[in-house]
Design a protein around this ligand. Structure first.
Ligand code: ADP
Ligand code: ZN
Length: 621
């Protein structure tokens, strides 16, 4: 029988269930250097320390790790953390060590020397936290791993991996359901940033924690701004965007490997330091590029969605999508990798009708049931709806996840540059007629050629030049018609037929438009941003942007020192101190070590290790 001995490490909170909040606050301050808990963190910590099972649903960046790390410091014995990715585990262990907390990690193909060392500390009982992969538990069992030592708490990170509903299902996670049987008295804390009710129910059921208290924080990521535009000139649009982010690190997502390769090459030619990442890359290159992204600043990583879950870097300043993701869930998960540190960050996407056609093809060709295909189509439609919305994007996104938001967030493109609408009934009729008159057999490119009266081999060959509708839409240009067709799609007036190479078909609802029984309001696309130097004058989202020129200079010097330390130690710069802490140093200019303790992110261990070095930089600038 394993007992949960709570709080023995801290003498004055040693009575089970009575972990005083004063004490947890004190640990938060001393070890992490944080002035206060964020959001629901404190409630979660109290629940865990009371020995209850817990499910934590926080969006990325709200600080899930602390929810089990802080209790681990209050409990006697070694807390077990199950984590799906080696990169993620190592990052966390590195960060904990920097905080002066004894932690280790075990995974399947670790070097034998490493594993022996970690196991020795584990047996000696010196570790406060041990991170293990589910595969490692599946292979030898947790009991064997722990060598009979008691376990005070089990944390299951990225708990959605247990559910087949998400896109990160991992078979080995299913075995974690047995932990509750084997360690019935040990509280489990499961954590995820995926909040949909299906996944949530799966986690509780499959982990055997029916009584778990559930803590859900708002999924709004206020510091991330959203911008979505039609893809007119993708390279120019990307370059304009990246001009605002000189010196920042960010991710550019592309759908295909080929596009990843091309984009990297092109960015490098244009003076932007970029590296690539996709599933088929040579493993050594993949690891090296991922490592560069962690260790360096100002790097643009161009990737397929294969680059994802292991990213712990808090100062990712932007996430760009050059292609439409598969669903709102994916979009939100991917954009959520920006701005974990709470500083301003940007999510930028360009997309077009071709993306929708391509996504539909991927769905239809997928090896799944009709029911799943239907769900996938609905998910895609929801995302296209958000792309085409005329109201606040944040509101639409949060509504999709079942959260209400009053709109007008002031931090998305539809809020900052309101969309004009117009009565598009006549235009819609023309657009629908062009589909109908050409026999519902052609894709968007051809029907637009017909509307604008473009004589091509194909319009001639199919006799389209002789139709009454040929040239009937000359008053609008190609991109306006593209926008109209995308909107007709989201209004469910037309559909794209995958089996017929993306041919547009009329839906029944189109009849009412033809008869003028239904008025169609459309969004007016903004004119293309000009490719000129003025674009780079736009708001800068870099972490330095809010600083005065003098403070910025100090910040850069501090950043340099951080880089030097990070190289000396072989750890990522953000493990030494996050940007937020350096910004506070630069603006508050502490003169003594004790003053530094007032700054968020400066705990006792880091102060002792690096305080002097950063003070020296502050004195010299
Ligand atoms: P998540 O796993 O939910 O994405 P993390 O645990 O990685 O979030 O935390 C995100 C960032 O917020 C980290 O840089 C972390 O150090 C910081 N953080 C967490 N809790 C606090 C707090 N109470 N005060 C200040 N910063 C915090
Ligand atoms: Zn908004």
């Amino acid at each position: 029988m394993r007992h949960i001995k709570r709080v023995a490490a801290e003498a004055d909170i040693s009575q089970a269930g009575k972990a005083s909040s004063v004490k947890t606050q004190e640990i938060l301050r001393r070890v992490w250097g944080y002035a206060e808990f964020r959001g629901l963190q404190h409630d979660v910590v109290k629940n865990v320390l009371a020995g209850r099972d817990t499910l934590v649903l926080f969006p990325t960046g709200k600080g899930k790790s602390l929810c089990y790390q802080l209790p681990a410091l209050c409990l006697e014995g070694t807390t077990v953390v199950v984590s799906p990715l080696v990169a993620l585990m190592r990052d966390q262990v590195e960060e904990l060590k920097e905080l002066g907390v004894a932690a280790g990690a075990l995974w399947s193909d670790q070097s034998p020397e490493d594993a022996v060392e970690v196991k020795r500390s584990l047996r000696a009982g010196t570790l406060k936290l041990i991170y293990v992969t589910p595969e490692r538990i599946a292979a030898g069992g947790l009991d064997a791993l722990m060598g009979g030592k008691s376990v005070p708490l089990i944390a299951i990170d990225e708990a959605h991996c247990i559910s087949v509903w998400g896109n990160n299902f991992r078979k080995d996670y299913l075995l974690l359901g047995r932990l509750k049987e084997m360690y019935e008295d040990v509280p489990i804390i499961a954590l995820t940033a995926t909040a949909d009710p299906h996944t949530r129910a799966d986690i509780v059921r499959l982990l055997n924690i029916p009584k778990a208290e559930i803590f859900i924080d708002s999924f709004d990521r206020k510091n991330i701004s959203y911008e979505i535009m039609p893809r007119n000139n993708p390279k120019g649009q990307l370059l304009d965007f990246l001009k605002r982010h000189e010196g920042d690190s960010g991710i550019v997502y592309c759908l295909s490997r080929k596009k990843v390769e091309e984009t990297v090459e092109w960015l490098n030619e244009n003076g932007i330091r970029a590296k690539h990442y996709h599933a088929k890359l040579d493993p050594a290159v993949k690891a090296a590029n991922q490592d560069s992204f962690r260790m360096e600043e100002g790097l643009c990583l161009v990737a397929t969605v294969a680059f994802g879950m292991g990213i712990n870097k808090p100062n990712v300043r932007y996430v760009v999508h050059l292609d439409l993701p598969s669903s709102v869930e994916s979009y939100y998960q991917e954009t959520g990798r920006a701005g974990r540190d709470g500083l301003p960050a940007e999510a930028f996407m360009v997309y077009g009708m071709q993306d929708i056609v391509q996504r539909l093809r991927m769905i239809e060709e997928g090896d799944t049931t009709d029911q799943i295909k239907r769900i996938e189509r609905a998910k895609l439609n929801a995302l296209v709806g958000i792309c085409e919305t005329t109201s606040c994007r944040r509101q639409s996104i949060l509504n999709y996840f079942g959260e209400t938001h009053q709109g007008r967030c002031g931090n998305c493109d539809t809020c900052t540059k309101p969309i004009e609408t117009w009565d598009g009934t006549e235009a819609a009729i023309k657009a629908l007629a062009a589909i109908y008159r050409t026999g519902e057999r052609f894709g968007v490119g051809q029907v637009i050629d017909v509307l604008i009266g473009k004589v091509t081999e194909r319009t001639r060959k199919f006799g389209h030049v002789d139709l009454a509708v040929f040239g009937a839409g000359k008053e609008l240009n190609i991109s306006a018609w593209q926008s109209i067709y995308r909107q007709l799609l989201t209004l469910n007036l037309i559909r794209v037929e995958h089996d017929e190479f993306g041919a547009l078909k009329l839906e029944d609802a189109a009849a009412a438009v033809f008869k003028r029984q239904r008025q169609i309001t459309l969004r007016r696309e903004r004119a293309l941003p000009r490719r000129s130097a003025t674009n780079s004058q736009g708001p800068s989202f870099s972490s330095r942007s809010a600083l005065s020129p003098e403070d910025r200079e100090v910040f850069e010097a501090l950043r340099q020192e951080r880089l030097t330390i990070s190289k000396e130690l072989g750890v990522a710069p953000y493990v030494v101190f996050p940007d937020t802490t350096l910004i506070a140093f630069a603006t508050m200019r502490p003169r003594r070590l004790n003053d530094m303790l007032e700054i968020s992110g400066v705990g006792q261990t880091k102060l002792a290790r690096y305080g002097e070095r950063f003070l020296r930089v502050l004195q010299q600038t």
